[in-house]
Structures are given as C-alpha cells and as structure tokens.
Design a protein around this ligand. Structure first.
Ligand code: FUL
Length: 448
C-alpha cells in the first residue's frame, strides 16, 4: 500500500502535569507490564499428533512415532523473527503426555523415541535458537495427561510440579506458562483434581517474571474463543471469585470483554491457528490463512487491546511448511505497508480531547490510539470526529474501551484535516500516549 504523505509524526500527549494522575485499582504487575510489550508471538503445536494426524493423542502412541527427519528450531526462529513475532510458545507436553524433553518424571518422552537415537531434546534446541534470534520462549504444559500412570491420583499434582521445576531450571526463564483448562480421563479412567494453587505457588517461586495463562489467569486470560477475536469492548479486568479453570470458567462472552469493574488485572490473549487444526495435517496445506486474513486477525486482537498468539505448527520434517512461512511474510508486509507509517500530522491537547492536525487534506480510513495503563484502564467511551479544514465534522466514530492499543478501521473519509479524539466517559483521567491516522488498503478495512 501507498501512503500519500510519506513522513510520519508520532505524538505523545502526556497529561500528567496539568491534571494529576489518579490510580484506579487494579493495575498491572511488573510481569504483566513486560508481557504487554510483546503484542504478537507464535504458538507451536508439535508432538506425536504431528505424525499420527490427530488433534488429541490418546496417550497410547508408541514413542517411535515421534521422528522428525529435519527438525531445525533455527528455521522456526528465523521465520518467527522475520514475521515480526516477539516469541514462541511450544507445546512441551500436550494431552497425550509425550514430553518434548527427556523428563526424569515420565517414560513417554523424546528419550524413548528413535529421534536422534533418544538423545534429542526439542526444548533445548528451541531455547538455544530463541537466544540466538533474540526471541522469548514460553511453554504450554498440559495438565491433562492421557499417558502418565499417576494421573487421576494426588501424586500426579507433584509430578506436574516436578515437570514445571525441571523445564524452568533447564530451559527457562520463560516469558509465559500456558495452563490449558482441558481435563479428561487418564489411563486409569479417572479425571485429575488439579492443585492449581500449588502450581501457582510453584510458578511464582521458580519463575517470578513469568506470566501464567489460563482461562482465568492469574496473569493472562483466555479470550473466550479460538478464532483469535477480542471484544470491541475489552477490559483488562476480570472477576474470578467463584470461578474455576476449564468447565467452571466464566461465560465466554465475559472472557471476551472482561469485567468493567473487575477486581483483578487479567488481560486477554487471543490464541488462533494459521490452519484449521492446532497440529500439522498435510491435507490442510491448502487451508493456511492468507496474509489479508491474518491482518484481519491482527485488527481484531492487537487492535482491540489484546495480544495475538498465532499457532504455526511444524510439519513431520520438524520445519515450518512453505505455505505457512509465505503467509507469515505476507502478513508482515501488510503490517509494514499499511501501519508502518502514519499520515503526517501535528498534535494539540485540549482538555479531555486530543486534536491531530494533518499537514494537508487526506483520505483516512484507520486510526490507532494508545492508552497508558500503568495506573489502571480508564477510558469507558470515546468519540473521534473527522473534520475538514474549516473544522466542520464530516464523520464521527464511536468506541468504548481503548486499552494498550485500539485500531479502528472504517470506510474511507476524504478531505480530512483535523482528527479530534474526545474521551466521553472515564473512570479517571485517561492518558493517551499516541494517536496516528492512516490510509490503509481499502480491502483491509475491518468487516464486522
Ligand atoms: C485446547 C486444546 O485442547 C487444544 O488441543 C489446543 O492445544 C488449544 C490451544 O487448547 O484447550
């Protein structure tokens, strides 16, 4: 895409001095603030299912099915980096219980497979490649384990803790730890009663900087769907009292929007796969999402104040397939071409409204706003007026929450000279750190 005006101006409007700056609890913890800088990172589902064509392995698969012929975590990281992702979360263990590292606490691991004569270690290779490429690493460690003999008994909670300790010590620190809410039967036909409070205490002790994801946090919540779409209203707040992970979680629309007056700071993460399934299936090679579809997901996740966790599953070779890497590169190009450079403007602050003056009349169909969240999420409702050079309003756009980043895209409006953001309703003074206007390719405008 082409911008009519090449130069860009980022304006930083800090209202601290004039109006004070009130804190409205809850506010983000240090680990959550660090995580909120990440925005977009990859998920990798990899394990026996990659070879058996299943989504949920039974736990009875022979270890020898896991045998990638060309595994190369440096290729994963090279592609992730080139796509502009900031990290990779890997399924260290999915529901089938197979461990991608040689765990002391299981007999169903890479050490029992034929891959590299039982000497291979996917987590070690990924740790080294992430360090080389400046990416952060996270892990998904499924509590549900269809293989482990202790599953369904109290002893399993200890096994899970030992596995967490083992991987953090060997391959950490991790930026994020993923607790899947799924809880089915183990090999003895029993479901586990998970000791999540023990898991949480353990994680805080061994990885104080790691954010923990589950349906209801403690640090990051599920967005309520696996399509990667956050609510247009998206509070970083959630009430968790009386709710549990998995079946006892809050309704999905609550997870999608958060709670306006929620008692905990638990922002949403949007997990979605680049393919129909989470694991690689050859028959889905023709169903990889296009760059334009990925851009739409970006607008609906990052552009709604959430984070995008995009699953890109390695294939049976242990490589990212060409279709997926091409889509990722196209996605990166669309972000750069359309959102890489804002229209040239200068900013003015008026009480409770922020005015951006474009240096000439422009066609505008996209606006990005950022709210500073350190003292809480304040904006409840805002309006944006697009005005001509006589300061007559030619169009008005309404929104609710802003959050870390809100990207609004709409049908193109011509002859825009002024953009006026007004905070219509707020919990306390809203701090806006950035407003930018764009003219993105018409076909990329968000469709409802
Ligand atoms: C779900 C799992 O059951 C899926 O297999 C996948 O891992 C997805 C990300 O989470 O709960």
């Amino acid at each position: 895409m082409r911008l009519l005006v090449p130069a860009s101006w980022l304006i930083f409007l800090f209202a601290f001095t004039a109006y004070g700056h009130q804190t409205i609890e809850p506010t983000p913890s240090e680990r959550q603030k660090e995580w909120s800088k990440m925005e977009f990172y990859l998920f990798m589902h990899f394990g026996p299912n990659t070879f058996t064509d299943l989504e949920w392995g039974k736990g009875t698969e022979q270890e020898e099915v896991f045998n990638p012929t060309e595994l190369d975590c440096r290729q994963w990281c090279r592609i992730a980096k080139a796509a502009g992702a900031s990290g990779i979360i890997i399924t260290a263990k999915h529901h089938d219980g197979f461990c991608l590292w040689p765990s002391k606490y299981s007999t169903h691991t890479v050490a029992q497979s034929k891959w590299k004569g039982g000497k291979g270690d996917v987590l070690a290779e990924l740790r080294d490649a992430c360090r080389e490429y400046g990416l952060r690493m996270g892990v998904y460690l499924s509590p549900w384990d269809r293989n482990h003999q202790a599953y369904g008994t109290e002893a399993y909670n200890q096994v899970y803790v030992e596995m967490m300790e083992e991987i953090v010590a060997r391959y950490g620190p991790f930026f994020e730890f993923w607790w899947d809410g799924a809880n089915g039967e183990g090999p003895n036909g029993k479901k586990q009663v998970y000791d999540f409070s023990l898991f949480e205490k353990t994680m805080r002790r061994i990885g104080p900087g790691t954010v923990v994801f589950s349906d209801i946090g403690p640090d990051i919540r599920w967005v309520g769907n696996e399509r990667g779409i956050a609510g247009k209203t998206n509070w970083n707040l959630l009430d968790t009292a009386g709710f549990f992970r998995g079946a006892g979680a809050p309704p999905t629309d609550t997870l999608n929007r958060g709670n306006e007056n929620g008692h905990n700071w638990i922002p949403a993460e949007c997990d979605v796969s680049i393919r129909p399934g989470w694991f690689y299936h050859e028959q889905e090679d023709g169903k990889v999402k296009s760059p334009a579809e990925l851009f739409q997901l970006y607008l609906r996740s990052v552009g709604r104040g959430s984070a995008l966790l995009l699953n890109v599953p390695p294939d049976q070779r242990g490589l990212i397939h060409g279709e997926d890497s091409a889509a990722l590169m196209g996605f990166k190009r669309l972000r750069e071409e359309n959102l890489g450079k804002a229209l040239e403007a200068k900013g003015l602050i008026i009480t409770q409204s922020f005015r951006l003056e474009l240096t000439s009349d422009q066609t505008v169909n996209c606006i990005m706003i950022k709210e500073i969240l350190d003292k809480g999420q304040h904006c409840k409702r805002f309006s944006i007026r697009l005005q001509n050079e006589k300061q007559e309003t030619i169009n008005e756009i309404l929104g609710t929450t802003i959050g870390r980043e809100r990207i609004l895209s709409f049908d193109a409006v011509r002859g825009v000279r002024f953009i006026v953001l007004s905070i219509e309703e707020q919990k306390a003074l809203t701090l806006i750190s950035e407003i930018n206007a764009y003219h993105i390719a018409e076909g990329l405008v968000e469709k409802d």
